[in-house]
Design a protein around this ligand. Structure first.
Ligand SMILES: [Mg+2]
Length: 234
């Protein structure tokens, strides 16, 4: 009699976007931003006011503390809480912009239960639109939109082709990093860097760079039990 084949050891466990996912994501982003703090601040020193790295780590430390103190509020409320923490702790221009990303996820994701990958991608698309409205920025303005837009588009495309969430977020992270790197030759048209005019050319945008790390952290959260940070940008 034939022996049934053992289930494949490499078969993937479907990742659920639940409270634990939000917790893994916030820890992963905190870790990545802490690793990249000096790098992000150097980028901001070139075309801004040299505080992006410290602002972002301060915001994520606050989000970790808030999330750990809170009970399981569900995915949407969890992301909304992250948004509030970032708005409170980051300040400047990045606080409201990053806060808007997560507040929009909190407002647009299903309010009860786990969230599926398609609904999550739709929430990120809404978050991109909200950031674009707030900053009046389009792709090519040398802002965080230059990383988020290609990241969201690639996530949607890969999910549409049947990739699982981890694979789709892996591809989305590469697209977001590519978008961040592609800001280097651009002249800034929005934000503080735009005051520099031609002198903003030749520097990678700090906000696009940190936004690429958001996708990397989402990918880590989708890869149980989590993956180590990729080598630092660029
Ligand atoms: Mg700054």
């Amino acid at each position: 009699m034939a022996v049934p084949a053992e289930p494949s050891k490499v078969s993937k466990v479907a990742i659920t976007i639940d409270h634990a996912f939000v917790v893994r994501f916030v820890h992963a982003l905190d870790e990545r931003l802490t690793d990249a703090e000096t790098y992000l601040t150097e980028l901001d020193a070139a075309i801004g006011d040299a505080d992006h790295g410290t602002n972002m780590t301060r915001g994520l430390h606050a989000a970790v503390i808030d999330l750990e103190a809170a009970p399981d509020r569900g995915v949407a409320a969890g992301f909304a809480g992250v948004g509030r923490s970032l708005i409170r702790a980051i300040g400047g221009a990045s606080g409201p912009l990053y806060g808007t990303v997560f507040a929009t996820l909190g407002r647009t994701l299903p309010q009860d239960g786990a969230v599926d990958a398609r609904a999550f991608a739709a929430g990120l698309r809404e978050a991109l639109h909200a950031v674009q409205r707030l900053g009046a920025a389009v792709v090519g303005d040398k802002t965080m939109v230059d990383a988020i837009a290609p990241g969201v588009t690639e996530l949607e495309r890969r999910l549409g082709h049947g990739d699982d969430l981890a694979a789709a977020l892996d591809a989305a992270t590469r697209a977001a990093r590519g978008g961040a790197k592609a800001t280097t030759p651009l002249r800034a048209r929005k934000g503080r860097a735009s005051y520099l005019g031609v002198r903003s050319e030749g520097h990678q945008d700090p906000g696009a760079s940190s936004s690429a790390l958001v996708f990397d952290a989402l990918h880590a959260a989708a890869t149980s039990p989590g993956t180590a940070a990729d080598p630092l940008l660029p």
